[in-house]
Design a binder for this molecule. Sequence first.
Ligand code: SAH
Ligand code: DHB
Ligand code: MG
Length: 223
Amino acid sequence: MSDSQIWDAVDAYFTAHLTPDDEVTRAALRDSEAAGLPQINVTANQGKLLQLLAQIQGARTILEIGTLGGYSTIWLGRALPADGRLISLEYDPKNAEVAIRNIARAGLDKVVEVRVGAALDSLPQLADENPPPFDLVFIDADKANNARYVEWALRLTSAGSLIVVDNVVRGGRVADVDSSTPDIQGTRAAIELIGTHPRLSGTAVQTVGGKGYDGFALARVLA
Ligand code: SAH
Ligand code: DHB
Ligand code: MG
């Protein structure tokens, strides 16, 4: 077996025993695929990790940047109490439409709000509303803007909040100092911001599995 076949087999084993599909998550992926959305959602194991992190946080409010078909949104939304709030920002109205249907089928339409538009437009609007600090921010949109999203996350959170950034490894390309790819440059800027910012304490974990070789950055807001 190649490395990636082993990673897939182990992911399938963990998924079968720890995060089996239910009707709602299965339908969300089925309808996302049927609508032609790219299959770049988190895996079930990763979705469960996000859910556990939100629960460990005791999260009541979550901000997500990058909704796609709402698959990660459903995992995160299920961690919230009935009066919790999740705002998810999505650029593409077609993705948002699919997500809104998936979220409603999950019974999360009272908790989740999808806002359509470029996140760098939606974030200042959101900040103008002076929302209570978000307990968790999941950054998973256009990677070129990752550092900007971490900066916005800092403005919209408070001490003890958790910021999670997806796709920080990208097959190892994050370690390429000379990369001229905006995605990699944006992610490196985010990692270096987390590493140097006085209000952040962070780390990053490399992951393998159904989505290949990638990883998450995790940063706790200190003050
Ligand atoms: N979090 C999802 C996957 C998100 S994929 C999941 O795991 O299920 C990345 C999403 O970010 C795509 O839907 C894409 O349309 C969206 N996106 C890209 N650029 C964006 C931007 N500038 N503002 C908001 N969303 C953006
Ligand atoms: C891509 C985006 C993602 O958020 C992801 O988890 C995997 C791939 C992409 O744009 O290719
Ligand atoms: Mg992602």
